[in-house]
Design a protein around this ligand. Structure first.
Ligand SMILES: NC(=O)c1ccc[n+]([C@@H]2O[C@H](COP(=O)([O-])OP(=O)(O)OC[C@H]3O[C@@H](n4cnc5c(N)ncnc54)[C@H](OP(=O)(O)O)[C@@H]3O)[C@@H](O)[C@H]2O)c1
Length: 289
């Protein structure tokens, strides 16, 4: 039996692929590029685009010539859309018709079942019948954002930016998310519930800036933006206006303790990887050009 990893070239999907590879579980990776990140064999990648339903069949055609059939799916929904359900539901329905029996869906701490963003998709996957199992993983903000979203501003302006004020968040590593996804995919009994995913330490962005200052050996500051400034910044990165507003509103909730509340609950999985480990291991990302 084969696992399909959507978003297979992304931060969590690529790490999950390495865990499956190490454990000897068959898998394929779906993404628009249809590639598989090194050192995985390039023929594990399949072209797949949420914006093009004619590609939804591709993973199933890809496997049908081999010995195995897809029975599990790691689901990364399209980003920058306000409601992903209309785009993803036809694929989920096709997957169930093709014999998929377990889904592991990645959403976010702030994404409540039935709510906006990924919430409607959460509700749909949890409501599937016919013995279809599921887990919804709801991570807080990723540690790896400092190597993507904030990479340029740290490198070129010595700053990170946010509307979080002094709110704290338990930054989580994509490695810990991939491990939780692996466990949910292969647990003998599927959890059939949702979990918060958090890291081992709480940080305000002022504290993140202090850690970068110490490890990089130059002053990094936390620039406090207004909601309007941040929305405009996200739009300048190419995000649609409404989506930029939703991201900013979510970030603003950190200031009132939204992420601290996810620590240590009965539905929290706590990872082990730390921000310091990530910064020390990836200093080259923030080296000035
Ligand atoms: N970053 C955070 O702090 C944070 C926090 C909580 C939750 N999340 C959630 O995490 C998810 C992102 O996961 P990630 O970080 O592992 O992914 P990622 O690194 O953002 O990569 C996205 C993946 O999806 C693929 N992709 C992008 N557009 C696609 C499309 N139209 N059709 C098919 N595939 C597409 C990309 O490959 P191609 O470009 O080749 O298609 C890539 O493999 C999102 O749902 C986000 O809401 C993020």
């Amino acid at each position: 039996m084969t696992t399909l990893i959507t978003g297979g070239t992304g931060k969590t999907g690529s790490r999950l692929a390495k865990l499956l590879h190490a454990a000897g579980h068959p898998f394929i990776l779906a993404s628009r590029s249809g590639t598989a990140p090194a050192p995985l064999s390039s023929n594990l990648g399949v072209k797949f685009d949420w914006a093009d339903p004619s590609t939804f069949q591709n993973p199933f055609s890809f496997v049908s010539g081999g010995e195995t059939k897809i029975d599990r799916v790691y689901l990364i929904a399209p980003t920058a859309v306000l409601d992903s359900l209309p785009l993803v539901q036809p694929f989920v329905d096709l997957a169930v018709a093709k014999g998929v029996k377990r889904f592991v869906l990645l959403t976010a701490t702030l994404s409540e079942s039935g709510g906006p963003g990924l919430g409607k998709l959460h509700e749909y996957v949890a409501g599937l019948r016919g013995g279809v199992e599921y887990t919804v993983l709801r991570p807080t903000w990723f540690i790896e954002n400092f190597g993507t979203l904030y990479a340029h501003s740290i490198r070129e302006k010595d700053e990170i930016f946010s509307v979080m004020k002094s709110g704290k968040l338990p930054l989580v590593s994509a490695d810990d998310i991939a491990k939780a996804a692996f466990d949910a995919l292969f647990a003998e009994q599927s959890p059939n519930t949702d979990y918060y995913l958090v890291g081992p330490e709480l940080f305000s962005y002022d504290e993140v800036a202090a850690l970068f200052t110490e490890v990089l050996g130059r002053k990094i500051t936390h620039k406090h933006l207004t909601d309007e400034e941040e929305q405009a910044l996200y739009q300048s990165f190419g995000l649609p206006k409404e989506y930029a507003a939703m991201l900013t509103a979510g970030e603003a909730l950190v200031a009132s303790g939204s992420e601290e509340r996810c620590v240590g609950t009965s539905k929290t999985i706590t990872g082990t990887h730390t921000l310091r480990q990530f910064v020390e291991a990836n200093k080259q990302i923030w080296t000035k050009s």
